[in-house]
Ligand binder design. Structure first.
Ligand SMILES: C[S@@+](CC[C@H](N)C(=O)[O-])C[C@H]1O[C@@H](n2cnc3c(N)ncnc32)[C@H](O)[C@@H]1O
Length: 221
């Protein structure tokens, strides 16, 4: 078992618990990021029916918000957890969304053809994958020329004292136990500068970046 799979098992009860724990983050997390994605797609993607893939899609909440904002898009959710994907397709079905399809597979070997997507998005998942470099090169492979990669994740280079301050609202909202669990994942968070460098080495042109407690990087192929 790898160190990361030791930290998290994403199947069974854990998938259920994760889906439940982020269910109420629609307004604070998923809608704002879907709006940012929409903005970048409008700016860089010419295809009026864009193919958008979410790698490490989990329970699919982000895809649902993208589907509402860009109803003419074709959406694909990829995750290695069968149980996460089952939850995601149930949620999409409940909302009557049939523009989303789901594929099971590892981020390090995405089961999608080369240059297939206008946009790849990834939210709070990159630090969980087993191999960051392999994942980034897979994302590059499946992105069309001029297509974009919109990445948001926790900032591993953010000063620790600021991370702690940032958690105060979380303690109030979600309680100490959940905050401690979340804080422990801090050791896995990645340095956005290293991610950016790797993306540039692969051939992505960095179009936008932002570094706070979360970082946001947009690369164009
Ligand atoms: C923290 S969750 C984030 C889920 C979703 N992006 C969200 O924001 O709600 C991380 C997701 O990555 C998936 N995952 C972890 N390692 C993976 C891997 N190597 N390949 C594919 N999916 C993976 C997990 O199953 C889980 O659904």
């Amino acid at each position: 078992m790898s160190e990361k799979s030791f930290h998290h098992s994403w199947n069974g009860e854990h998938a259920q618990k994760f889906a439940k724990s982020v269910e109420n983050m629609k307004k604070s997390r998923y809608i704002p990021f879907a709006k940012e994605i929409y903005k970048f797609i409008e700016r860089f993607v010419k295809n009026k029916n864009p193919i958008i893939l979410d790698v490490g899609c989990g329970p699919g909440y982000l895809l649902i918000e993208i589907a509402k904002l860009i109803p003419n898009s074709q959406l694909i959710g990829v995750d290695f957890s069968e149980d996460m994907l089952r939850i995601a397709s149930e949620k999409a079905k409940e909302k009557g969304l049939n523009s989303i399809t789901f594929k099971q597979g590892p981020a390090e070997k995405i089961p999608i053809a080369e240059a297939h997507n206008d946009a790849v998005v990834c939210l709070n998942s990159l630090h969980d994958f087993n191999d960051t470099e392999e994942t980034l090169s897979e994302i590059y492979r499946i992105t069309k020329k001029n297509g974009i990669f919109v990445l948001k994740d926790k900032n591993g280079a953010y000063p620790k004292w600021k991370v702690v301050l940032g958690f105060i609202p979380l303690v109030c909202k979600s309680g100490l136990k959940r905050t401690i669990k979340y804080f422990k994942s801090n050791e896995l968070w990645l340095d956005p500068e290293k991610i950016k460098k790797k993306m540039e080495e692969l051939g992505f042109k960095i179009e936008y970046q932002e570094k706070k407690l979360d970082y946001l990087i947009v690369g164009r192929k």
